[in-house]
Design a protein around this ligand. Sequence first.
Ligand SMILES: Nc1nc2c(ncn2[C@@H]2O[C@H](COP(=O)(O)OP(=O)(O)OP(=O)(O)O)[C@@H](O)[C@H]2O)c(=O)[nH]1
Ligand SMILES: [Mg+2]
Length: 422
Amino acid sequence: MGQDGPGRLEELVELARAGGYESKGLVSGRRLVPTPSHFLGTGKVEELVSLVQASGCATVVVNHALTSVQARNLNQETGATILDRTALILEIFSKRAQSYEGKLQVELARLRYAASRLVRGWSHLERQKGGIGLRGPGETQLETDRRLIARRVSTLERRLRDFEKHRAIERRSRVGVPLVALVGYTNVGKSTLFRAWTGAQVPVADQLFATLDPTWRQLRLPFGTRGILVDTVGFIRDLPHELVAAFRATLSETRLASLIIHVVDVSAPGYRSQIEVVNEVLEEIGAGAIPRIEVMNKIDRLGRPPALERNPDGMPARVWVSAGQRTGFDLLAEAALAYLKREAMWGSVEIDDSEGAFRSALYGLGAVRAEHRMETGRTEMTLCLTSVDWARLAHRFHFPPERWRAWDLARWDMGYQLASGG
Ligand SMILES: Nc1nc2c(ncn2[C@@H]2O[C@H](COP(=O)(O)OP(=O)(O)OP(=O)(O)O)[C@@H](O)[C@H]2O)c(=O)[nH]1
Ligand SMILES: [Mg+2]
């Protein structure tokens, strides 16, 4: 049941399919003002009831957010389980979550959703009370439910914070190598592109939210430039804010990226509005100012050739590719490199007196920020230079990359702000 609009109903059917439901029929309408009691007007409620009776379906999915009163009333009228859009998306996420962290994040989102809908006489916990109805003295069932949820929420939040610490340590090992994040609406081909570009075996599927947990791989670009590419969870219109909040840590990978590659499925009917949805979510998670390339994917379906479009300032803006057919990847690499070239790396190297030519070359590039003669007789040089310059130099002097020591995270963040003028 949902509203018209380019690709909206198809998307709802896909969402339902991703949740394991088969579509038996659709009720759509253009009602602008939902009724407080049933969301739908009387006529539509009747239409829905007869559809449910005729098709014998057990679940009704509504493509909007419902209040718990509306959900309860629709349930009473139709006898079917009522899932609103948020509940359905949460259900899909909980089916798909693979990693322990992903599972915690989804559970947190579900609990917050349940807590926001606990009202007298209609609580999810109340109906499955049994073992957990540990009602305190003078406490109503509602209060007990709230208390139990609050307790579990804080446990989950604590565990997720531990993950966040772990992630920060992991991140440190990647410092100095720019992060490139693949983002986009769900099912646009992010994982296909990730796979084709890095050779990683990540799952690809024609279904919404195939990817939940972020995956990283090394990205090799021309001139020996390195980057790290991360494949992330897809976005969707009206992404439940409980989920955005619970996936904050996962999404923060995107916030830390040097470059965002926004993958678009140009063969999807509503792709323009999908672009807007993604741009809004990027703003919402604080990634709005990160340099971005739009990758128009699935051009094989339009019969268009690969192409690279530039901004007035000459920087790449848009690349037309087919991740499925692996065309346009040279243009994509060129576009990514144009941005990463500007990316500064901060770190230090130790050299001895025999490496004077290397030292002069570093000075020649203006890369030296400080120099320090150590007791060992060696010299520590603090450097800031683009990854491309570094790659070229290391290649020219056969300087092993292991000798590069990246700055630690806190100092690096500061360096990054200096480097990006923020
Ligand atoms: N025709 C065509 N299909 C493609 C192309 N790229 C990806 N696909 C298909 O699009 C579907 C979704 O691909 P995925 O790579 O799983 O998409 P995703 O963006 O990672 O999706 P989620 O992780 O679910 O958000 C799959 O059926 C792919 O085979 C392409 O260039 N052309
Ligand atoms: Mg994916």
